[in-house]
Design a protein around this ligand. Structure first.
Ligand code: NAP
Length: 309
C-alpha cells in the first residue's frame, strides 16, 4: 500500500513537478515512481496521455530492409515499447525510414502500443493525398496517429487535406513542424489562425528560442509539443566529450549527459514529448531513463545549460 506521500510524489511526477517537492531518498523515490513508470503528459486536445520520451527516425532508420540491417533497429524499437515509450516520429522524406518503421512494427509483439507520427511534404492536394496513401502502405497501417505538415510546405492546402483525413478517421491528430529557430514566428502565425493538436519544433540547451514565445503560446492555447533536435543532431555531445558527469547530476537521478539534456527539455511544463533519434538500443534505454526520477528546477536547468555552453 503506497503511503500518502508516495501517492503525492507519483502524481507530481506525472505532472512533471517532482522537482518542486522536497527531495526523497533515492530508494523511496524509485518506489514512488515505479508503478507509474515513465513520465507521461496529456495531449491537451483529447487528454490522452503520451510518454514524454519518444523516438525520431531521421537518418538513423534510413537502412536497407534486410534482416541484418533491421536487427539493431528492432532492438531500439523493442527497447522503446518495452520501456513504456510509444511515440515514433517519421516522414516520407527520411529515405526508407517509414518502411523500416512499418517493418519493425509488424515484427513487434507490442505494435499496438505505438503512436505513429508522420508528415506530408508535398505541394498541391493530389500530391499530398498520394504521399499520405504511400505513407500508409510503407507503415503498413490503416490509420496514422499524427500527421504533420513538414517544414510548413504548402501549409494551407495540406492542413485542409489533413482535416479531411481526420474527419474520415484515417488520422487521429494533426500538426505542423519545423526545425529552425528562424521559422518559429512562422509556426506561431499558423497556430494563430488554424486550430491544431500538435506543433513540432527544435528546442535544446543550444537552441532556446522556443522559450520566448512558442512554448508559452502552446501552454496557453492547449497545443501538444514535440521537441526535435534535442541533442542538436548529436553535436551537443562533442561539447562535453571526455568530461565526467557533474556530481549534481545525481540530484535529478541522471547518470548520463543525454539524460541531463533530455531532463532540461522535459522540465519545461509546455513540453509534451521529446523525440531523440538513435540507432542503438543502449542509447534508447539511456534516453528513456530521462523520463524517470526528478526533473531539474530553474537554477539546475541553468547549470545544465552552462555545462554545455
Ligand atoms: N522538420 C522536422 O520535422 C524535423 C527536423 C529535424 C528533426 N526532426 C525529428 O526529430 C528527430 C530528432 O532530431 P535529430 O535526429 O535531428 O537529432 P537528435 O535527436 O538531436 O540527435 C540524434 C543523434 O544523437 C545521438 N544519440 C541519441 N541518443 C544518444 C545517447 N543517449 N547518447 C549519445 N548519443 C545519442 C544519435 O547517435 P546514434 O546515431 O549513434 O544513435 C544521433 O546521431 C528526428 O529524427 C526527426 O524524427 C524533425
Amino acid at each position: 500500500m503506497p503511503s500518502r506521500r508516495q501517492v503525492i510524489q507519483r502524481g507530481a511526477s506525472l505532472l512533471g513537478l517532482a522537482a518542486a517537492l522536497p527531495l526523497l531518498p533515492r530508494d523511496a523515490l524509485a518506489l514512488a515512481l515505479e508503478p507509474a513508470g515513465l513520465l507521461r503528459r496529456p495531449i491537451p486536445a483529447s487528454g490522452e496521455l503520451l510518454p514524454a520520451i519518444g523516438l525520431g527516425t531521421s537518418r538513423t532508420f534510413h537502412v536497407d530492409l534486410d534482416d541484418a540491417s533491421l536487427a539493431p533497429l528492432m532492438q531500439v524499437m523493442d527497447t522503446l515499447l518495452a520501456g513504456g515509450g510509444r511515440l515514433i516520429d517519421t516522414a516520407p522524406s527520411y529515405g526508407n525510414a517509414e518502411a523500416v518503421t512499418g517493418a519493425l512494427l509488424q515484427r513487434s509483439a507490442s505494435q499496438s502500443k505505438a503512436f505513429v507520427a508522420s508528415k506530408v511534404s508535398a505541394s498541391g492536394r493530389s500530391r499530398g493525398l498520394a504521399q499520405f496513401e504511400a505513407s500508409l502502405r510503407a507503415l503498413q497501417r490503416e490509420r496514422i496517429d499524427l500527421m504533420q505538415v513538414h517544414n510548413l510546405q504548402d501549409t494551407a492546402t495540406q492542413l485542409a487535406l489533413l482535416r479531411e483525413l481526420k474527419a474520415q478517421g484515417r488520422v487521429r491528430y494533426i500538426g505542423i513542424t519545423h526545425y529552425r529557430e528562424a521559422a518559429h514566428d512562422d509556426l506561431l502565425a499558423v497556430l494563430a489562425r488554424e486550430p491544431l493538436d500538435f506543433v513540432q519544433f527544435n528546442y535544446s540547451v543550444a537552441e532556446r528560442n522556443a522559450e520566448r514565445r512558442l512554448l508559452p503560446y502552446c501552454a496557453d492555447h492547449g497545443i501538444a509539443t514535440l521537441i526535435n533536435r534535442p541533442f542538436a543532431r548529436g553535436q551537443l555531445f562533442q561539447r562535453v566529450r571526455g568530461r565526467p558527469l557533474p556530481e549534481w547530476a545525481q540530484e535529478i537521478d541522471a547518470d548520463s549527459w543525454a539524460q541531463l539534456l533530455l531532463k532540461f527539455i522535459l522540465a519545461h511544463p509546455a513540453v509534451t514529448v521529446a523525440i531523440p533519434a538513435t540507432s542503438k538500443a543502449r542509447y534508447m534505454a539511456d534516453n528513456l531513463k530521462a523520463g524517470h526520477g526528478r526533473l531539474p528546477d530553474a537554477p539546475l536547468r541553468e547549470r545544465i545549460a552552462q555545462a554545455f555552453a
